[in-house]
Ligand binder design. Structure first.
Ligand code: XMP
Length: 516
């Protein structure tokens, strides 16, 4: 294990991902964790992340020097580099020279860390303070215009640090630098492979569940599908999957779950046909939060009913359902661990967001994985590519992509427009370049158009393609004009109720990905 000590959330997650890309397992821990507790995890190395603070600020998080006496290899990045300097007796000062963004550094001596990196690499910096003197016994490896000490190491002690951010893509050879630390300075080995991940996770689930019965809410999304397949691999037909068809899915999705997923995994599936019930509950509701709450509530009801029936059936063999599978991912775990009382922007409803009243013990086989790792596990488990590579889709489905109240007719209009946009994106070979591609129906807006010889008074749809690494932030995708043109022409030709197609060019923030 490599521990990434979190001094500022966004950096720590990225570092942990890059370490795993080097096939070394990594975990994020808060900087408030006492050193003994970190060492108790027997880490091969500890990485101190960047963070927003200045080491000289009053409330600046510091590093316990005991960490560096422990013999465990350590790597300081940005703030972590400066905190390490101070803890080891070097000097950090406000020089009045700051560096933000792309910066060229000069390699003074490559050491282990920068071996093989061509002279004058472009790196990503973000700092006001600078290290002016390395701790005693450390070699300076690089400098920049603003800082005389931009990187250092003491290979004998297994300690190294850089002022820049090797984890961001803008840093040339950043991954190589990180790997030199892991393999050459810390002596780690690349053993975190997909086969290992799957085998380990399967074993853990087997231990936890034993001979008991277990159920899983299946949404058709990547996470719940992979979680279900993994649990199925572990405990076979002790697992029943519950799929609530709420009628708010996109074209072909329900079939994909009922047919393709079952075919690939052989899982025991219980389908709740609840489309009418959801539509009735949503009648005349146009407020986004109210929609979300209603959908969440109906989900719970449908799920409870299914659970009762499954329990009743299983009860015949004297077996109660004790466990519930959830597709929780590592970023969710890290974020809720932070517990900073983030503002409630939207009420997210996962299929799984219901264990409290259901009184099940949770099984979360993906809680150590990032999204891209979950996809790799899915492929390893033989789940069809069009499920594994599916773009994220919100639990409340198309209901939050209809601006206005939800009706069967509006759902049908949106479903057809959405299917065209998706098909054209796929045909253009761009599925994996786009994080998500919502199509939104402005059901309460009408505009005048002309089609054939007649006036039309139809609805606009909005195309909202975005690129993102984790959905926390996003940018609008620059799709080729020809593709946008094809989508626009086909939608207005083939979906009679739509006479206008518009493109959303808002990043997140300030816009969210979904419109509601
Ligand atoms: P926003 O719109 O907040 O969305 O930028 C961020 C990501 O979350 C998805 N999303 C949801 N997922 N239940 C879900 O499971 C929800 O209620 C929900 N709302 C938004 C959204 O599609 C995007 O990927």
């Amino acid at each position: 294990t490599v521990l990434v000590v979190d001094f500022g959330a966004q950096y720590a997650q990225l570092i942990a991902r890059r370490v795993r890309e080097a096939r070394v397992y990594s975990e994020i821990v808060p900087h408030t964790m006492p050193v003994e507790q970190m060492l108790a995890k027997k880490p091969k190395a500890i990485i101190l992340s960047g963070g927003p603070a200045s080491v000289y600020a009053d409330d600046a998080p510091s590093v316990d020097p005991a960490l560096f006496q422990s013999g465990v290899a350590a790597f300081g990045i940005c703030y972590g580099f400066q905190a390490m300097t101070v803890a080891l007796g070097g000097q950090v000062a406000r020089t009045g020279l700051s560096e933000f963004g792309r910066t060229q550094v000069e390699i003074v001596a490559p050491g282990s860390l920068l071996q093989g990196v061509p002279q004058g690499p472009s790196v990503w910096m973000s700092h006001n303070d600078s290290v002016t003197q390395p701790p005693p016994g450390f070699d300076v490896l690089a400098m920049s215009d603003a800082t005389p000490v931009a990187a250092f190491e003491n290979a004998d002690m297994g300690l190294a640090g850089v002022q820049w951010h090797p984890e961001v893509l803008h840093t040339e050879h950043g991954q190589a630098m990180l790997e030199h630390f892991l393999f050459d300075v810390a002596g780690a080995r690349p053993s975190w492979t997909m086969v290992n991940i799957v085998d380990e996770a399967v074993e853990v689930v087997r231990q936890q569940v034993g001979e008991k019965r277990i159920i899983c809410g299946l949404s058709g999304g990547v996470d719940s599908s992979v979680a279900a397949a993994l649990v199925q691999r572990a405990v076979g037909d002790q697992l029943t999957c519950v799929f609530v068809d709420h009628g708010l899915l996109r074209e072909g999705e329900a079939e994909q779950v009922e047919r393709d997923f079952v075919a690939a995994t052989g899982v025991d599936l219980y389908v709740v046909e609840a489309a009418d019930r959801f539509l009735t509950a949503l009648k005349d509701v146009d407020d986004p939060e109210t929609k979300r709450k209603i959908i969440g509530r109906e989900f719970i009801r449908a799920f409870e009913e299914a659970a009762r029936e499954i329990v009743a059936k299983a009860g015949a063999d004297g077996d109660e359902v004790e466990f519930l599978v959830q597709g929780t991912l590592y970023p969710d775990v890290v974020e809720s661990g932070g517990g900073e009382g983030a503002a409630n922007i939207k009420s997210h409803h996962n299929v799984g967001g219901l264990p409290e009243d259901l009184q099940f013990t949770l099984v979360e086989p993906l809680r150590w994985l990032f999204k891209d790792e979950v996809r790799a596990v899915g492929e390893q488990l033989g789940i069809p590519a069009d499920i594994v590579w599916r773009q994220p889709f919100p639990g409340p489905g198309l209901a939050i992509r209809i601006i206005g109240s939800v009706t069967g007719e509006r759902l049908e209009i949106l479903r057809r427009a959405d299917a065209i946009a998706r098909a054209e994106l796929t045909a253009a070979g761009l599925d994996r370049d786009v994080w998500q591609f919502p199509v939104v129906l402005l059901a309460d807006v009408r505009s005048v158009g002309v089609q054939g010889d007649g006036r039309t008074y139809g609805h606009p749809v909005v195309l909202r393609p975005v690129s993102s690494e984790d959905a926390m932030t996003a940018d609008w995708s620059r799709l080729p004009y020809e593709l946008l043109e094809r989508i626009s022409t086909r939608i207005t030709n083939e979906v009679a109720e739509v006479n206008r197609v518009v493109l959303d060019v808002t990043s997140k923030p300030p816009g969210t990905i979904e419109w509601e």
